[in-house]
Design a protein around this ligand. Structure first.
Ligand code: HEM
Ligand code: HEM
Length: 315
């Protein structure tokens, strides 16, 4: 208990420190509700950086919006970046946010929920596991939601709400950075891939049938392991690329690549987060309770995590 208290004390101090930094350094130059490109005249950090030889002020930024393939004056990654950022990223995010839930809705209707007996329960997650999971998960969900608000900023009317989402996105990154590392350390061992994970992938985890046959999986199955690596290593790459975008301390080429990376990993993260929530809340009846009280039904472990079940029984 004492360890938890100390842990939260450190956490509150860190948050206070972060908020002070934030207040001292407002992120978006703005004037009368207008942002960035319209109000700066070559005076932000990017433009002062001597590495950025080809950067423009207000009117030129407007012109860049029309860049496409083979545009005059385009340099390096500028063209591809402008094209993807201006015309494709938001559409791809929209397709993911609509199609992935629809696919799961179809699964729910056609295959349905897996149900297991509510008999004996076995403790699979400790209190520490549960606290760290939620302390990483809540900031992570906020990151995805505020990220989407920024992606669809123009459709949502732009302005104060989107700027607020952007600031929340930045602050919450600090929380995820702390608890994401703790989550990585606590689950990295059971998340290492094993040969039998190939078998799990070949039968799609048994999710396409209603049959109850033991599935080849340890404490985490191959799908859960994939989610672990995407949300931790992928999450850390999001932190790094986000930090580049926030502080803008690099040359413009690196910045463009970071923004591309942030979007592409963002696709994967949003698609797998929806999958993770579907699996936890809908695909298996009662699965959610394991990450609330730490217990999982014996039959569920015996079928869905059959190698883990053998391990527990040997011990
Ligand atoms: C908000 C909705 C969420 C719900 C309902 C939820 C629920 C769950 C449940 C029930 C488990 C245990 C799975 C099992 O072993 O059967 C779990 C595990 C896990 N959760 Fe979440 N979670 C949520 C969000 C997140 C987020 C945002 C992250 C990313 C930081 C995350 C990361 C993980 C990881 C890495 C595991 C262990 C590996 C796995 O089971 O996939 N969860 N979660
Ligand atoms: C682990 C997940 C994530 C982390 C740690 C993260 C972190 C960051 C950070 C630190 C920034 C710079 C903040 C700023 O400029 O004010 C940023 C910017 C941004 N993020 Fe994320 N992010 C994550 C997920 C996402 C997702 C899923 C999306 C899209 C759906 C997204 C979209 C954006 C966008 C559009 C920006 C640019 C904002 C700007 O114009 O400065 N992020 N992110």
């Amino acid at each position: 208990m004492k360890a938890y208290k100390n842990f939260f004390r450190i956490f509150v101090i860190l948050m206070g420190f972060a908020l002070t930094l934030w207040a001292a350094n407002p992120s978006v130059p703005q004037e009368g509700g207008k942002q960035y490109a319209e109000v700066i005249e070559g005076n932000n950090a990017l433009m002062q950086n001597p590495m950025n030889t080809k950067l423009y002020g207000g009117p030129e930024v407007e012109a860049i919006k029309d860049w496409g393939v083979n545009s005059p004056n385009a340099t390096g990654w500028g063209e591809i970046f402008t094209l993807l950022q201006g015309h494709y990223f938001a559409t791809i995010f929209a397709v993911i946010v609509i199609l992935v839930p629809l696919a799961f809705l179809a699964h729910f209707i056609v295959v349905g929920q897996k149900k297991f007996s509510h008999g004996r329960k076995i403790k699979v997650f400790s209190r520490y596991n549960i606290i760290v999971h939620w302390c990483a998960a809540i900031p992570f969900v906020i990151l995805c939601l505020t990220g989407l608000v920024m992606v669809f900023g123009d459709k949502l009317g732009g302005g104060g709400f989107v700027r607020f989402a952007r600031d929340v996105h930045g602050i919450v990154t600090i929380l995820f950075a702390i608890f994401g590392i703790l989550m990585f350390l606590m689950w990295v061992k059971p998340a290492l891939f094993k040969l039998y994970d190939i078998k799990w992938l070949m039968i799609m985890g048994g999710y396409l049938s209603k049959e109850k046959r033991p599935i080849p999986a340890g404490k985490f199955n191959a799908g859960q392991k994939m989610w672990f690596w995407v949300c931790t290593l992928g999450g850390f790459m999001m932190i790094i690329s986000g930090v580049f975008m926030f502080f803008q301390f690099s040359d413009i080429e690196t910045l463009r690549i970071m923004a591309l990376v942030h979007n592409v990993i963002g696709f994967l993260i949003i698609a797998l987060l929806i999958t993770h929530i579907y699996m936890a809340v809908f695909a298996i009846e009662g699965a959610l309770s394991s990450i609330i009280d730490g217990n999982m039904g014996e039959e569920e472990i015996a079928i869905l995590h059959s190698y883990y079940y053998q391990e527990i029984n040997k011990a």
